[in-house]
Design a protein around this ligand. Sequence first.
Ligand code: GUN
Length: 168
Amino acid sequence: MTLAELNDLDDAAFAEALSGIYESSPWVPERAAVGRPFADLEALKAGLRRVVDTAGLEAQHELIKAHPDLVARKHRKAELTDHSKKEQSGAGLDALADDEADELLQLNKEYRDKFDFPFIQCVRKAGPDQALPALRARLQNDADAELRQALEEIHWIASYRLDDLIKE
Ligand code: GUN
């Protein structure tokens, strides 16, 4: 789809077209629809980002919690969204050695226990060999820093998904 086509959709169709960009959180494109027409892809990304960044803590937590854990195939759940399925299987995490795959699962659990939301890293940006080192390091952060980091990672995930969807 082109940006011009997206700009021309009515509110409901616009929200539907972008419903998968922020994981299982259609309220993001619904609220961004008033910003049309977007002059370019960067303006669209900024409009979506603004909705998330001004949504308040409760909605931000919901958005983070809508994401699946980043795990190797043997620990992956069946009910992932199509976007997540593609990202997680394309991420190279399946090449992790067995003990690393188990450590990733265990650290995800520790991370959830500490922060009450899943560890989010944009795997398409960071690459598969960064998941474990980043998770080990970020477990040391405080909750404020991790909330901000998780939202930044989510904006990166959305940015890659939009690059795939919108063709000039
Ligand atoms: N959970 C943590 N990181 C990611 C990611 O990059 N993509 C998806 N879909 N889920 C995640």
